[in-house]
Design a protein around this ligand. Structure first.
Ligand code: DGL
Length: 261
């Protein structure tokens, strides 16, 4: 039993797509979310910068006394998760491994991955998939404009449709498309319309929540103290459009933003 919160972070609003799944699958847990808005976007930064930023955000979350940390960001998972596990003595879960476990279970082999430039450059998804699914065929595409558009709330206009059309035109014959950046579920409808019906769109937040739940139960650290879950949101810079987009993702839940870092 452990009533401390689960810590979650991303560069901005994207990680809320993961937080939402966590809240849905673990209604009794408390959550602390950090959006590193002062340093958005992560997707175009170097590996070294991402490692430094992740270190700071994890230190913030540890100071806030969380029991487990979810890196709700593909860019940070692919470039910094291994380093963070070496530095910190707290359970840390990223978005790649839980998703690859799902692909394996479902025997999905023809896989598309769309993500930020940094994630695609790191080959983080490719390496992890090829380790687990020997005969996998992977098509990857960097979509650097999508996360900034999501941050602006441009998720259902003509520009979003044209941009996604352009990015996805080379992805053919896949059985599943991984949304390898946590901002991308905001475009899920447009993405689905662009692809053949049979292509399964994979929102990593669902897989992450399943993994966190499993971990918490296996280690006896679930919160059994109350059943009114609390979520606290911190941003490293309050001067941004976070709240408008966040409300859309979290179905207009009342939100108070706090400053950190
Ligand atoms: N949401 C992030 C990801 O999953 C980062 C987007 C960005 O900051 O560029 O990769």
């Amino acid at each position: 039993m452990d009533s401390r919160a689960i810590g979650v972070f991303d560069s901005g609003v994207g990680g809320l797509t993961v937080l939402k799944e966590l809240q849905e699958q673990m209604k009794n847990e408390n959550y602390i979310y950090i959006g590193d808005t002062a340093n958005f976007p992560y997707g175009s930064k170097s590996k070294q910068t991402i490692i430094e930023l992740c270190k700071k955000r994890i230190e913030n979350l540890i100071e806030l006394d969380v029991k487990l940390i979810v890196i709700a960001c593909g860019t940070a998972t692919s470039q910094a998760l291994n380093e963070m596990k070496k530095i910190f003595n707290i359970p840390i879960i990223g978005i790649i491994q839980p998703t690859v476990e799902y692909l394996k279970e479902k025997k999905l082999k023809n896989i598309g991955v769309i993500a930020t430039t940094g994630t695609i450059r790191s080959k983080g998804w490719q390496k992890e998939i090829e380790k687990e699914i020997i005969d996998a065929r992977i098509e990857s595409k960097a979509c650097p404009l999508l996360a900034p558009m999501a941050e602006e709330g441009w998720v259902d206009n003509e520009i979003a449709k044209l941009t996604i059309h352009e990015y996805l035109k080379d992805i053919k014959d896949v059985d599943a498309l991984i949304l390898g950046c946590t901002h991308y579920p905001l475009f899920e409808n447009i993405i689905q319309n662009e692809l053949e019906k049979k292509v399964e769109i994979i929102n990593t937040g669902k897989m992450v929540a399943r993994k966190v739940k499993e971990y918490i139960n296996a280690n006896n650290i679930s919160n059994e103290q109350n059943n009114i879950s609390k979520t606290k949101i911190y941003l490293t810079d309050l001067e941004c459009s976070f709240i408008e987009v966040a409300k859309k993702i979290m179905n207009n839940t009342n939100m108070q933003l706090n400053k950190i870092g």
